[in-house]
Write a protein that binds this ligand. Structure first.
Ligand code: MSP
Length: 508
């Protein structure tokens, strides 16, 4: 991989940014940091989906002019992602003229190619999904599985449609020829199941009498574009499509999504791209959902909603980034609560990583005047501790997948855990007291600190702010300008430690 373009979904602005938005965006940021560290040239997009009925209704509820409402909400999303240290290249807003012009251009060319028809349609509509639903999408009460409290509506109206069935076999052939198209496997199987039956025509318009917040259809002023038909195109318009050498990165695009939008990205989007005569995305990387503790859906009424901004305020951005990275399971839903985050922050980051750095660096500061300890001959135990740290870090010197983030992060914590055991067993504080064993004490400190340095270099991909602080304490900052390759014995290059501040102050 030499180039990579990673996208998050663009998020509805009908409410403030929530944990799910933070999750996908942070995971993409981690993937981007990992790719950059491995010399891959990257592009990273995120942003807001500002059209559609529910955004419109939220503006009305607050009594704000729609433009003001959109500015307010999209700035909240931007601020949240900035607070989480998300290093994106493009922040999309679909209400921007450039995006709207390109969407209209795409629609006109599909109309000209005879791919769009008009017909009257009756169907069950879910505002939460902004989608017409079929019987199998509804629960026993006739409500949407994902939004049972919103109440679906039966709607009859004339609309424009894009018939998808003529493309179904081509999509199945593409999936067969590209087994990595959807990862992990569970979601590939789900997608194949969606493609077993003939596909319905995709309704691509909404009458202005019902929805005004959208891109006007270039061939009928009484309609706006269906929110999904407009939103998906952001992935191309970011790159300046159809000009601007967009192919260079388009050929390498990887869409990261939650499982709730597999159908729109796995069925609608590739088929729209086929209609446009464009190349299909290289990969869809899908994750499960966060549930509250006990595996129940988060909801205001249950009081188990985790607000990402509250977590950042209480524990710092890296506590949240770490929890999301380490504790999301690859194929399944996972559990989260403020208590679980607190336990992981204090117990995993604080006790296993931060404390060891403080203790070892403090010994060096107090006993060795802040100088880097001298490394003498190494024992089997020293070599084993170093090898574990290096092996865990080396997994970050490879490009990893979305599903691999958790196990890679866990390996860093395990290596830190083993380093703690090594440190306790070797007891350098005793060795340093006796002139006969002082040199050996220095070696143990050196091995501990140098191994921690290697781990923190890898941790930069997950918890960049804390890892950089740690590397500053160790006097070994890492520059992004140079290619990164983990290696041992770089501690000696620095002469003195920085001030030893607690990295993850305990929160009770
Ligand atoms: N606007 C559409 C996407 C258009 S992309 C061209 C949309 N927006 S959304 O605001 O509803 O965001 C959905 C996304 O938020 C999910 O795909 C997922 O990335 C994230 N999450 C929402 N809830 C989540 C959890 N409970 N857990 C993890 N992520 C989830 O759909």
């Amino acid at each position: 991989m030499t180039k990579s373009y990673v996208t998050t979904p663009i998020y509805y602005v009908n409410a403030a940014p929530h944990l799910g938005h933070a999750h996908t965006t942070v995971m993409c940021d981690i993937m981007i940091r990992n790719r950059k560290a491995n010399g891959v040239e990257t592009r990273f997009s995120t942003g807001c989906d500002e059209h559609g009925q529910k955004n419109q209704e939220s503006a009305e509820k607050l009594g704000l002019p729609v433009d003001e409402y959109l500015d307010l909400r999209s700035s909240e999303f931007k601020k949240a992602f900035d607070l989480l240290n998300v290093d994106y290249d493009y922040f999309v807003r679909t209400s921007r003229p450039f995006h709207k012009e390109r969407v209209a251009q795409m629609e006109q060319s599909m109309m000209d190619a005879g791919l769009i028809i008009k017909k009257e349609y009756s169907g069950i509509y879910c505002k939460g999904c902004e989608q017409f639903k079929t019987d199998s999408d509804l629960n026993d009460d006739g409500q949407c599985f994902d939004h049972p409290n919103l109440f679906v509506e039966e709607i009859t109206e004339a609309n424009y449609f894009f018939p998808m069935e003529p493309f179904r076999q081509r999509l199945l052939d593409h999936i067969e020829a590209n087994p990595d198209f959807v990862q992990p496997q569970k979601f590939l199987t789900e997608l194949k199941n969606m493609l077993k039956e003939p596909l319905e025509d995709l309704c691509i318009s909404r009458p202005k009498s019902r929805v005004t917040l959208g891109v006007e259809l270039p061939f009928d002023k009484d309609y706006v574009t269906y929110v999904w038909f407009d939103a998906l195109i952001n992935y191309l318009t970011n790159l300046g499509w159809p000009e601007n050498d967009y192919q260079e990165y388009w050929a390498e695009v990887e869409h990261v999504i939650g499982k709730d939008i597999l159908k729109t990205h796995g069925v609608y989007w590739p088929i729209i791209l086929m209609g446009m005569g464009e190349t299909l995305p290289k990969k869809l990387s899908v994750h499960g959902h966060w549930l509250g503790a006990g595996g129940v859906k988060m909801s205001k009424s249950l009081g188990n909603v985790v607000d990402p901004l509250e977590v950042v305020e209480k524990f710092g951005a890296d506590a949240l980034r770490y929890y999301l990275a380490r504790h999301m399971r690859a194929e399944n839903d996972s559990q989260i609560s403020v208590e679980l985050i607190q336990t992981a922050y204090n117990g995993e980051l604080g006790n296993k990583v931060g404390n060891l750095l403080s203790r070892a660096a403090k010994f060096a500061s107090d006993r060795l005047d802040g100088k880097v300890p001298a490394k003498g001959a190494l024992t089997v135990e020293d070599e084993a501790a170093r090898a574990t740290a290096l092996a865990a870090a080396e997994k970050f010197a490879e490009v990893f997948t979305l599903a691999e983030i958790s196990s890679r992060t866990e390996a860093l914590i395990q290596a830190a855990d083993e380093l703690n055991t090594y440190f306790t067993e070797q007891a350098p504080w005793k060795l340093l007291k006796d002139p006969e064993t002082e040199a050996r004490g220095q070696t143990v400190l050196y091995v501990t600190l140098d191994s921690l340095r290697v781990l923190f270099e890898a941790f930069r991909q997950i918890i960049p702010e804390s890892a950089d602080k740690a590397l500053a304490i160790l006097g070994c900052p890492v520059s992004d300008a140079e290619a990164w390759k983990p290696s041992l014995d770089r501690l000696a290059e620095s002469k003195e430690f920085g001030e030893v501040l607690p990295l993850f102050p305990r929160v009770v």
